[in-house]
Design a binder for this molecule. Structure first.
Ligand SMILES: Nc1nc2c(ncn2[C@@H]2O[C@H](COP(=O)(O)OP(=O)(O)OP(=O)(O)O)[C@@H](O)[C@H]2O)c(=O)[nH]1
Ligand SMILES: [Mg+2]
Ligand SMILES: [Zn+2]
Length: 303
């Protein structure tokens, strides 16, 4: 039996990287899942044990328990959740400042998911070459708010070599993931980091300013600087899964301390009396945008 890391998954075949070679592998037979309902039993990032067949392909026999993972709601009316990538040192939500316009709601839902699954998270704002004067102020404000919460905010542009070099120092020797909407430049940044890869990048629709879903499956790419980077397909919306309303504030770092002062331990910090979070918000200790992001998410959990 050999062990390796799944670096690509097309549904029926999995590319498994042993560190020395890459083995095309299958998952034979029905694989019993004793976990909760997921649409993909094996995901990019998984560590698997496999045996080699006579033709050189592999048969996966066992999946190691995941250290962590990121899921999103399954699409196309499927039930359950879809694991995007597992066993991460860190995950970055990638947004562009323009084309498409930065979506702070997406960022906040992503950060909550990372907190819930215990994945260290950061924010990358790309296409800074397109930034206008007012955008720069906005980005500075974001850097101030999010970095104080423990989420680094990295700005870059594939046109700016220095910014790519700085980004590289954050990725060296780590297993990282890029997650974000289509067209923000996830694959372009990867190509800028390791130019020999030359992965396919797409355009932006001039009509909607949205991307064209160029990357169609997740893959984990070994980096020349050490470590791996997961490039994932663009996601339109990042929905929350499996979070109870009273639980949500546990995933807002700035609410952890204030919520200890709440009278009720199932307090949702909206209208309840003697609420520590509302008090902290009113005292200006919790950023108003973040509190409103919390309220929006709370509403969305009811549907
Ligand atoms: N101006 C500018 N354009 C960029 C930058 N980075 C990427 N682009 C362009 O944005 C478009 C989309 O880039 P992709 O790398 O395909 O975006 P993606 O996030 O991988 O998109 P999906 O694979 O569809 O999820 C391409 O036309 C890129 O050339 C940047 O820093 N500045
Ligand atoms: Mg892409
Ligand atoms: Zn409260």
């Amino acid at each position: 039996m050999q062990t390796g890391r799944v670096i690509e998954s097309t549904g029926s075949w999995y590319k498994v990287d042993t560190g020395n070679e890459i083995i095309n592998s299958r998952l034979p037979g029905k694989f019993r899942l004793n976990e909760k309902e997921v649409t993909n039993p094996i995901t990019v990032g998984d560590i698997v044990d496999f045996v080699i067949n006579d033709d050189g392909s592999g048969n996966i026999r066992n999946i190691h328990e995941r250290d962590n993972y990121i899921t999103r709601q399954a699409t196309h009316g499927k039930r359950g959740e879809h694991i995007l990538v597992s066993n991460l040192d860190q995950a970055f939500v990638v947004q562009s400042i323009r084309k498409p316009k930065l979506n702070e709601g997406f960022i906040n839902r992503f950060l909550v998911t990372c907190e819930a699954y215990e994945v260290p998270a950061g924010i990358i704002i790309n296409k800074m070459d397109l930034a206008k004067e007012s955008d720069l102020e906005f980005v500075e404000e974001m850097q101030h708010i999010y970095s104080s919460l423990g989420y680094p905010v990295i700005t870059c542009s594939i046109e700016d070599k220095n910014s790519i070099e700085e980004l590289k120092t954050n990725l060296t020797d780590k297993v990282s993931a890029f997650i974000g909407p289509s067209g923000v430049g996830k694959t372009s940044i990867l190509n800028a980091i390791d130019p020999e890869y030359d992965y396919k990048v797409g355009g932006i629709s001039s009509f909607s300013n949205k991307g064209k879903h160029t990357t169609t499956f997740a893959r984990l790419i070994p980096l020349s600087i050490g470590g791996y980077l997961a490039d994932t397909p663009g996601i339109r919306e990042f929905g929350l899964v499996n979070i109870e309303d009273w639980e949500l504030s546990l995933y807002f770092p700035e609410m952890i301390k204030p919520r200890e002062e709440c009278k009720f331990n199932t307090c949702t910090h909206v209208h309840e009396p003697n609420c520590g979070v509302i008090q902290a918000f009113e005292a200006g200790e919790i950023d108003a945008n973040r509190y409103h992001a919390y309220i929006n998410m709370l509403e969305s959990l009811k549907n």
